[in-house]
Design a protein around this ligand. Structure first.
Ligand SMILES: NC(=O)c1ccc[n+]([C@@H]2O[C@H](COP(=O)([O-])OP(=O)(O)OC[C@H]3O[C@@H](n4cnc5c(N)ncnc54)[C@H](OP(=O)(O)O)[C@@H]3O)[C@@H](O)[C@H]2O)c1
Length: 359
């Protein structure tokens, strides 16, 4: 596989997002030209932080409106690009025909571009561990790139809660199959863990879901139910996720269709995440927060079973470390920097102990 052109032009979908924003920022740092694709360029709340980047002032960074729900939206944007980082979410994961349609039109734009040679798609660990039956994780606890959820389980369905996991696998396969039948481009997948770390724009505190849950902790109440019943946080720093995407773009050894998981392999229960805030930032005098558990009784009764299954999982990141030379920030750094950005960028006013004194 050819090396992506030094200083070449890279399109990034989902650029206003948490991961996409960091991908844009790091690509600029590396000297690339970037076409940042956002839903609406004029939505200043979401795009202001991109327009404030120095590369935008010079023109090395350009912004482009593209609504994924409109086929052909990338036709003009991709022309002349050398690479694509496709981080965007889609509008709806419960309709797999819709997800397929979005993949198909993006692939069509890549083929029409005449220039794109390398595509990195953002999948998720949901495409690794998103099981319908929690006991499947007990039977197959090694969580590495070779693991896929049990796709033969008859209860696995998009409407039954597995739409995200199924949609991500569909994304991975659609892109690698299309790339295989093209003689020009390759597709590689990144499966990130739970992204924590600094937000770049205030609107990013509302999404996440991880940084949003930390925001709610700071405000005094957070939920047990971030994702997956009673699953601990299996984090990756958002800056490391972005770095992994760029290393994947630049790597010439990986073959079309390969996937790498990006996560620190550290694990932390949600209440420990909340407790970490005071330990890491005692100066904040954070008052702590109440946890609410919104699960129905039949799930609550199985809490010990869920927690034991998650605890037995063996998270692996040796492949990404050896192939890309990655190292990962610790969860403490990710939480600390997330909190500080929520205050300084997001304007969050944390609940503090009444005796808090600022020096
Ligand atoms: N965050 C995590 O922990 C995590 C973990 C694993 C995988 N991922 C994957 O990483 C990717 C980025 O996640 P993120 O956390 O950065 O999400 P995010 O902050 O919500 O960003 C996603 C972006 O996708 C855009 N988007 C969604 N539907 C669109 C549409 N129809 N047309 C145009 N743009 C659209 C959103 O634009 P609007 O704001 O205008 O809707 C948003 O800017 C996703 O594919 C996600 O599945 C994330």
């Amino acid at each position: 596989m050819e090396q992506i052109k030094q200083g070449g032009t890279i399109a990034v979908t989902g650029s206003a997002g948490f991961i996409g924003g960091w991908v844009v920022s790091l690509l600029l740092d590396r000297g690339y030209r970037v076409r940042a694709c956002v839903r609406d360029v004029d939505d200043t709340k979401k795009t202001g932080f991109l327009k404030a980047m120095p590369g935008y002032a010079s023109g090395r960074l350009t912004l482009h409106s593209a609504d994924l729900d409109k086929a052909g939206c990338f036709d003009d944007i991709f022309k002349g690009c050398h690479g694509l980082v496709h981080t965007s979410h889609v509008s709806n994961y419960t309709d797999q025909n819709y997800v397929q349609g979005v993949c198909d039109h993006i692939i069509n734009s890549i083929n029409l571009s005449g220039t794109i040679e390398k595509v990195v798609v953002t999948s998720s660990i949901a495409a690794v561990i998103g099981e319908t039956d929690i006991q499947e994780l007990v039977r197959r606890p090694i969580c590495n790139e070779d693991r896929f959820p049990d796709e033969k389980n008859p209860n696995r369905s998009a409407k039954g809660g597995q739409g995200y996991s199924m949609g991500k696998i569909l994304l991975e396969r659609s892109f690698s199959d299309a790339a295989k039948s093209s003689d020009r481009w390759n597709s590689i997948t990144c499966c990130p863990g739970d992204n924590v770390g600094p937000i770049l724009s205030a609107h990013q505190k509302e999404v996440g879901p991880w940084q949003h849950n930390i925001e709610t902790m700071l405000l005094g109440q957070y939920t047990e139910n971030v994702i997956g019943a009673y699953r601990p946080w299996w984090t990756v720093d958002v800056r490391d996720t972005a770095e992994a995407h760029i290393r994947l773009l630049e790597n010439t050894d990986l073959k079309n269709g390969q996937r790498l998981i990006a996560w620190s392999t550290e694990s932390r229960e949600v209440e420990e995440v909340c407790a970490s805030i005071n330990r890491l930032l005692p100066e904040l005098a954070f008052a702590g927060a109440e946890k609410v558990d919104p699960f129905p009784e039949q799930i609550k009764e199985r809490k010990a079973e869920f927690r034991a299954a998650w605890r037995g999982c063996q998270l692996r990141n040796d492949r990404i470390k050896s192939v890309l030379g990655m190292s990962f920030r610790s969860i403490d750094i990710s939480i600390r920097d997330c909190v500080e950005s929520l205050l300084s960028v997001g304007g969050v006013q944390p609940k503090t102990k009444s005796d808090r004194k600022r020096l």
